[in-house]
Design a protein around this ligand. Structure first.
Ligand code: GDP
Ligand code: IMO
Ligand code: MG
Length: 435
């Protein structure tokens, strides 16, 4: 039984949490494959709201094994408090498995991330300040600590003794707090004790599930335009949110993936710095931000808001080999008239229809818009495409044509049931639900 990847097609916060929760019911396992507690995935079940940072968004279902894969960087403090929060709210976390090979975000990574951003001043990336870049940096430089290291005091001490002098030197040079070996070893050993029962060889867990014929969902964090390789470097995160990242970070091979479900919202947002051609600075953007509650889940920063941009959409569909799309937050556009969709850029006087790999070129891009008539009525209670206002259907169809793959799910509210399903959608047949 093959696996399905859920991937953000924009700059993150597309509603991956809602999408994963919606689709997870029919799966046995949900795997987070990259990123760390820079992510904030919201799941709304009835009137309960869950903001998940590390635990995959399938965790609310008692039958699902939730896996934090090897490609994730784990801040144990965040993970422990998230597990506690879920337990307090009656969610069984016994099935949460954490890869022994995933890397640990240490306090010095967080301090380095923050001090470095401060030092960059106006050139800062606007990171979430969670130590993501320094942790992935150490992983690549082979200086990292892995979750399994938390279980062995001797290894812990040896690793920390080896790296800490350099970290402290750098921190001191930026007038930031420094750390001692003793405090870090003691802290890390406590995390190990608390998380011991959750650690596992998750690659084999995932492979065994697939071999048993169970369906596995792989949930990405962030989005394609924040991808370390495919986003507008350096205004990106430090991992690969793209679908390919699900293979390296989840422990599967490309031929084990049969569906890639792209998640996007009906407009765009971006948190942090970096080029953003369709950014809306006028009142209309503020209205969308307010209705869409566009504030960062992790940092509380206001998200930048913009019109829907079809140029990176076409790129995202290609690099992720997206097979179908869930379009979220269509309800937020009720009352916006006209609606604009960016269909191309003008760069240095030339029309460009492909996403430029150069961040500098992107910063010079001016959007070429196509306008659509809006609709006034609320659509939160609509449950079929046919019942959407005609102008909403036109807007969805236009976006679908740009994507070149079907939009199979449309979300009209944060709650699980506020979802419109196309007659055909991935993973429906498998569950035996009649089409
Ligand atoms: P993620 O990081 O991709 O999981 O997205 P976030 O959870 O950070 O941000 C999406 C926000 O939009 C959350 O507050 C969701 O509850 C909310 N949301 C998701 N889908 C919809 C929708 O269709 N309509 C509305 N109004 N809100 C939605
Ligand atoms: P989810 O999974 C939106 C952004 C930061 C910054 C850049 C680098 O909820 O969609 P980092 O802390 O990763 O080094 O910051 O990436 N960023 C996100 N933006 N949603 C996210 O996650 C993000 N995670 C990181 O704002 O621009
Ligand atoms: Mg988010």
């Amino acid at each position: 039984m093959p696996a399905t990847v859920i991937v953000g097609l924009q700059w993150g916060d597309e509603g991956k949490g809602k999408t994963t929760d919606f689709l997870a019911e029919q799966t046995a396992m949900v795997v987070r494959y990259q990123g760390g507690d820079n992510a904030g995935h919201t799941v709304v079940r009835g009137d309960e709201v869950f903001k998940l940072r590390l635990t995959p968004s399938g965790v609310l279902y008692p039958h699902i094994t939730s896996v934090i894969g090897n490609g994730v960087v784990v801040n144990p403090v965040t993970l422990i408090s998230e597990l506690d929060m879920l337990m307090e709210r009656g969610i069984d976390v016994g099935r949460v498995r954490v890869s022994r090979s995933s890397h640990v975000i240490m306090p010095y990574h967080v301090a380095l991330d923050r001090a470095n951003e401060e030092r960059l001043g106006g050139a800062a990336v606007g990171t979430t300040g969670r130590g993501i870049g320094p942790t992935y940096g150490d992983r690549a430089w082979r200086l990292g600590l892995r979750m399994e290291d938390l279980l062995d005091a001797a290894v812990l001490r040896e690793r920390i003794e080896r790296v800490l002098p350099d970290k402290n030197l750098l921190l001191r040079s930026m007038d930031a707090e420094t750390f001692t070996v003793e405090e870090l070893v003691a802290q890390a050993a406590r995390w190990g004790e608390r998380l011991r029962d959750h650690l596992d060889d998750t690659t084999w867990l995932v492979q065994a599930a697939l071999a048993r014929g169970q369906h596995v969902l792989l949930e990405g964090a962030q989005g394609t335009l924040l991808d370390l390789d495919h986003g507008s470097y350096p205004f990106v995160t430090s991992s690969n949110p793209v679908a390919g990242g699900a293979c390296t970070g989840g422990g599967i091979g490309p031929l084990q993936v049969d569906e890639v479900i792209g998640v996007m919202k009906a407009y765009s947002t971006r948190v942090g710095a970096g080029p953003y051609p369709t950014e809306l600075t006028e009142e209309i953007g503020a209205g969308i931000a307010q209705r869409g509650h566009e504030y960062g889940t992790v940092t509380g920063r206001p998200r930048r808001v913009g019109w829907f941009d079809a140029v990176p959409l076409r790129y995202a569909v290609a690099v992720n080999s997206v097979s179908s799309i869930m379009l979220n937050k269509l309800d937020i556009l009720s009352g916006v008239d006209p609606l604009r969709v960016c269909v191309a850029y003008e760069i240095d006087g030339r029309r460009v229809e492909t996403w430029p790999s150069s961040g500098a070129a992107l910063a010079r891009a001016r959007p070429v818009f196509e306008d659509f008539a809006g609709w006034m009525e609320p659509i939160n209670d609509v449950r079929s495409l046919a019942d959407l206002p005609e102008n909403a259907r036109r807007y969805v169809t236009a976006i679908e044509q740009h994507a070149g793959v079907p939009i199979v799910l449309v979300s009209v509210g944060p709650e699980r049931t506020q979802t419109i399903e196309r007659a055909w959608r991935p993973m429906r047949q498998r569950s035996g639900i009649p089409t």
